[in-house]
Ligand binder design. Structure first.
Ligand SMILES: N[C@@H](CCC(=O)N[C@@H](CS)C(=O)NCC(=O)O)C(=O)O
Length: 198
């Protein structure tokens, strides 16, 4: 398995997932600031020219949430995803999809002067609604699925962590701060975030 990665990128989240699962893999550092993601070889793997990318034999997976979900399903015995068909799967999907489809566009747009747009027809709504939703979705104790830590925590929690770090979310509530503290206490979080601190 090959993981195209850079310690200063969203690939830290997929690295965290690989570390949680203790999956042996080849870590290939892509220096996107030096344009390594623009090479024809890399574009042949991901035409978006973006990392993270996971290559598992013939399978190419891009998108942070997709990679985390793929890995959880690839190693079902590790228990990072609820079984297919279980009711928990609905909750699990919600947390996997919400950061990329709604939070990230909203936080990004909120940073720029954007001409007025309809918050009803854009999929990500507005800042206030997203903040209220984050608050209600953030678990008060333990994890998204209760006692079971899952790929949904890596994706949802990883995004909240990224948003706080890059000041997209400037004032995390006590509930969000508490959840982030629990996530940061995990050994796999610490190992995977070590390199991004330097
Ligand atoms: N939607 C993608 C976003 C990936 C992304 O934007 N990666 C950045 C690094 S954090 C990148 O590769 N940027 C290089 C570029 O776009 O040229 C995901 O969730 O994985």
């Amino acid at each position: 398995m090959k993981h195209f990665y850079n310690p200063m990128s969203r690939a830290v989240t997929t690295d965290w997932m690989l570390t949680e699962l203790e999956v042996e893999h080849e870590q290939i550092v892509v220096d996107f600031r030096a344009g390594e993601n623009d090479s024809p070889e890399f574009r042949a793997i991901n035409p978006m020219g973006k990392i993270p990318v996971l290559v598992d034999g013939e399978v190419v997976v891009t998108e942070t949430a997709a990679i985390c979900a793929y890995l959880a399903d690839r190693y079902p015995d590790k228990g990072y995803a609820p079984p297919i068909g279980s009711e928990l799967r609905g909750r699990y999907y919600r947390y996997l999809f919400y950061p990329g489809t709604t939070l990230e566009p909203m936080f990004t747009v909120s940073q720029f002067e954007v001409a007025e747009y309809s918050t009803e027809s854009t999929g990500w709504g507005d800042f206030e609604r997203c903040i209220a939703t984050v608050e209600s979705m953030t678990p008060e104790s333990d994890w998204i699925l209760g006692k079971q830590f899952s790929a949904a925590d890596v994706v949802f929690g990883g995004f909240l962590d990224f948003a706080v770090q890059f000041q997209l979310l400037k004032l995390p509530s006590a509930r969000v701060a508490g959840y982030l503290k629990r996530l940061k206490a995990r050994p796999a979080y610490q190992l995977s975030h070590e390199a991004s601190r330097h």
